[in-house]
Design a protein around this ligand. Structure first.
Ligand SMILES: NC(=O)c1ccc[n+]([C@@H]2O[C@H](COP(=O)([O-])OP(=O)(O)OC[C@H]3O[C@@H](n4cnc5c(N)ncnc54)[C@H](O)[C@@H]3O)[C@@H](O)[C@H]2O)c1
Length: 262
């Protein structure tokens, strides 16, 4: 799949890893539809990128909000004539909490729903609602490719730490749906891959205490640092461009394996 001349839908595109994908895609002649709840950052980024990006306010936990954004972005794609080429559902949240806390209180169901609704349901719902447009694109190249879905899991899909039960459940499920989604979509020439990053610099990790960050560094092999958003975007680009990458979950973690406690 070529980036040049195509439009990519990026949820969570206003910040962090999603933002890096938006910048990378637009710097290579593609267009980006930035779907995010953060209107201020989203609009500022779209303004910075001029005609190659457009912001669409969207709460991925709300089906109607996704539907409205998807309809608006279809109008934008018609206007620009740049066919859809892919979906990068990168909106995500973490809300740590022990499944049973020190006082014997169970994790609030609201905390579980919050994380699952955005990270899992929101990912699947966005992909589901954009897919009809992606499948309607004319097939491209010798393989008849129509597009690619690049989902975002986490190291927590494999080694969730203490306090990450809900987050790990959401990310483990994103990893698990990669292969069946690729199988469902192969007849349309649409590929699916998932990236499972370890700690990357972003607003999400900026909120971590120095103690947590130092603890995570001890679990790192090489390089001993957080990943950079453009290193994430570079793997997304490779997945977009390399037609053989399909139905796979790729760890992007410098051999880090998360310990139980920090
Ligand atoms: N940064 C890391 O270390 C790391 C590691 C593993 C996985 N991830 C995953 O990468 C993805 C991106 O995270 P990030 O680190 O860039 O964080 P970030 O906080 O910088 O960006 C997340 C973006 O998602 C948006 N968002 C949150 N809830 C939303 C909703 N309901 N609807 C629409 N947009 C919403 C936010 O406004 C924000 O712009 C997430 O899925 C996260 O779980 C991040």
């Amino acid at each position: 799949m070529k980036i040049q001349g195509r439009t990519f839908v990026v949820s969570g595109g206003a910040s962090g890893l999603g933002r890096a994908c938006v910048l990378d895609i637009c710097s290579r002649g593609g267009s980006a539809a930035i779907l995010d709840m953060n209107e201020e950052l989203g609009r500022a980024l779209a303004a910075q990128l001029g005609g190659s990006a457009r912001f669409f306010a969207c709460d991925v936990a709300d089906t109607a909000s996704i539907a409205a954004a998807v309809q608006d972005l279809a109008g934008w794609v018609m206007q620009t004539g740049k066919q859809l080429g892919g979906i990068i559902p990168a909106a995500g949240v973490g809300r740590p909490g022990l499944v049973l806390d020190k006082r014997g209180a169970p994790l609030a169901i609201e905390a579980i729903d919050f994380v699952i609704n955005i990270n899992l349901r929101g990912t699947l719902d966005l992909v589901r609602q954009v897919l009809p447009q992606l499948a309607a694109a004319p097939p491209d190249g010798p393989d008849g490719e129509r597009g690619v879905v690049v989902m975002v899991a986490s190291s927590a899909a494999f080694e969730g730490q203490m306090g990450q039960v809900a987050y790990a459940a959401s990310k483990g499920a994103v990893a698990a749906m990669t292969l069946p989604m690729a199988r469902d979509l192969s007849r349309f020439g649409i590929r699916v891959a998932t990236i499972a990053p370890s700690m990357f610099d972003s607003a999400m990790t900026a909120a971590m205490s120095d103690k947590v960050k130092k603890g995570l560094e001890k679990a790192m092999e090489f390089p001993v640092r957080a990943g950079k958003p453009d290193e994430f975007a570079s793997l997304v680009r490779q997945i977009i461009e390399n037609v053989m990458l399909n139905g796979v979950v790729i760890r992007l973690d410098g051999a880090t394996r998360m310990p139980s406690k920090l």
